[in-house]
Design a protein around this ligand. Sequence first.
Ligand SMILES: Nc1ncnc2c1ncn2[C@@H]1O[C@H](COP(=O)(O)OP(=O)(O)O)[C@@H](O)[C@H]1O
Ligand SMILES: [Mg+2]
Length: 304
Amino acid sequence: MEKFRKIAVLAGGISTEREVSIESGRNVADALESLGKYEVVRTVIDADSLEAMPEDVDAVYIALHGGWGENGGVQTALDALRIPYTGPGAEASRLAMDKIASKERFDACGVPTAPWCRISEGARPPFPFPFVVKTARGGSSIGVHLAKDVSSYEEALRMCLKLDSAGVIAEKYIAGREATVGIISGEALPVLEICSPGGWYDYEAKYLSDRTRYEFLKEGPLAADLKRIALDAYRSLGCRGVSRVDFRIGADGRAYVLEINTSPGFTSHSLVPKAGMATGLTFAEVCEKILLAAEFDAEKGGLA
Ligand SMILES: Nc1ncnc2c1ncn2[C@@H]1O[C@H](COP(=O)(O)OP(=O)(O)O)[C@@H](O)[C@H]1O
Ligand SMILES: [Mg+2]
């Protein structure tokens, strides 16, 4: 007897990451179906609500990215319905989606993160050029800019404030390498280094370019450090199930957490499936492992 039989895979949504989510959802649904044990209901979400969700599902696989699907919204709704769902709970999702809230938590818990500050119109961050300007609630690198001088800073700030008037941060630019650590149920997967031509992992590099290379970091002190810090970061936000912790590694070899993605992508370019498969699982088995960890917060059920 399987733990869950009828699974709704939620994809789409109305965030800027809708198209990416549709691809993730299709891949996850195909994979779960291929296992031959689940009744998979492909559920396209067109509003910040569960209106489209079928009845009597045993669990929900959240393949939504960004917005309501990743910020605690859908998680709160599923807690209220007492339906188990993949990935972290509502509060951890909310913290992870908000770069200000998560960086405050990282700082408080001693998780290394790039030095940062909040910015508002008229203020100049205390970092030398170039530095990074980004929205607190962005995703897929939409709303992440490199300020090279005063005029590009002003332009970046203007664009960020248009996307998210409530939260824009500046961050010290960490020249160096980029890596990511997938986690499933408190277990860190092999570390992937992301080698983008230009050193900047933007939307084009993430989803469109075939010139971005991904290489597994060989096991050793750096990989061990990254896994340990990734797990500290995951625990500091109270995550469970699947997440992916993104890092920059400075020229001095020190690792800085950029952010935690609590609903990481499952497209053909995505990194959690790639890292999961490096442990010997198939793509479908990675999805199933994430599915079997689905939970809801019983005590949070009914919270608005
Ligand atoms: N402080 C930084 N130093 C160097 N590169 C950065 C920094 N912040 C962001 N980047 C680059 O921008 C990309 C996206 O930034 P990130 O903070 O992860 O936002 P998003 O939520 O949009 O993915 C990163 O993968 C990295 O390549
Ligand atoms: Mg990122």
